[in-house]
Design a protein around this ligand. Structure first.
Ligand code: CA
Length: 230
């Protein structure tokens, strides 16, 4: 099996070095970029299996890079794990809003970071069984092609949004708690409950009118309510 290729976009040389060393030791192929534009270019050209993206970078910020890569059909599927020096929740919220798949706050333990990377890569490597189509209320999920459409119009979702929608659609009417959704869509529950709210908000926006089918269940979490008309 080919080694997974990881792109590190980080301007602190010491941190980039530690990450490179540890990732290589885990058997990953590592490519590093020190500045924003270089990071974006390498992401687009190399199409890595995962990108570790620092938030504050010279030139182009991590958010700009994330928005750009997630906004393009060619690179939207590449999981992005963001790094930030600030523990502020707003940064996390913004990061997820532009499509980041996970988030780690500096300083972090390398062990935790490696764990998160494994979860993200596993998600990409193990797509659902072939040929499975889920359909409800005008929303169609093609698990084989990893595509979502609303009333026949394709919608571009991040891997996390995709899994969230799939989880909700599989069991219409069931109220899922935030930890439930974190477990099934993000793969672990270390991240904040608030994280789910941000993903749901983005998912609703992308689904347009059909997004209203995802209802907030006060004090619990969310549920997908089927449109009684179809
Ligand atoms: Ca930085």
């Amino acid at each position: 099996m080919a080694k997974s290729k990881i792109l590190i976009v980080e301007d602190e040389p010491a941190l980039a070095e530690v990450l490179t060393y540890n990732l290589q030791r885990e058997g990953y192929e590592v490519v590093a970029a020190r500045a924003g534009h270089e990071g974006l270019r390498k992401g687009q050209m190399l199409l890595p299996d995962l990108i570790i993206l620092d938030l504050m970078l010279p030139g182009l910020s991590g958010l700009d890079i994330c928005r750009e890569l997630k906004g393009s059909a060619r690179t939207a599927h590449v999981p992005i794990l963001m790094l930030t020096a600030k523990a502020e929740e707003t940064d996390q919220v913004i990061g997820f809003a532009v499509g980041a798949d996970d988030y780690v706050t500096k300083p972090f333990s390398v062990k935790v970071l490696l764990q998160r990377i494994k979860v993200l890569l596993r998600r990409v490597a193990n797509p659902e069984p072939a040929g499975d189509i889920l359909e409800s209320s005008g929303i169609c999920i093609d698990k084989r092609a990893h595509q979502v459409s609303v009333e026949g119009e394709p919608v571009s979702l991040t891997p996390t949004e995709f899994r969230l929608l799939e989880t909700l659609l599989k069991q219409p009417g069931r109220a899922f708690t935030r930890p439930d959704l974190l477990e099934s869509a993000v793969g672990d529950s270390i991240v904040l409950d608030r994280t789910i709210d941000v993903h749901i908000k983005s998912l609703r926006r992308k689904l347009g009118d059909a997004g209203q089918r995802i209802e907030t269940v006060r004090g619990v979490g969310y549920r997908f309510q089927e449109d009684p008309r179809n």
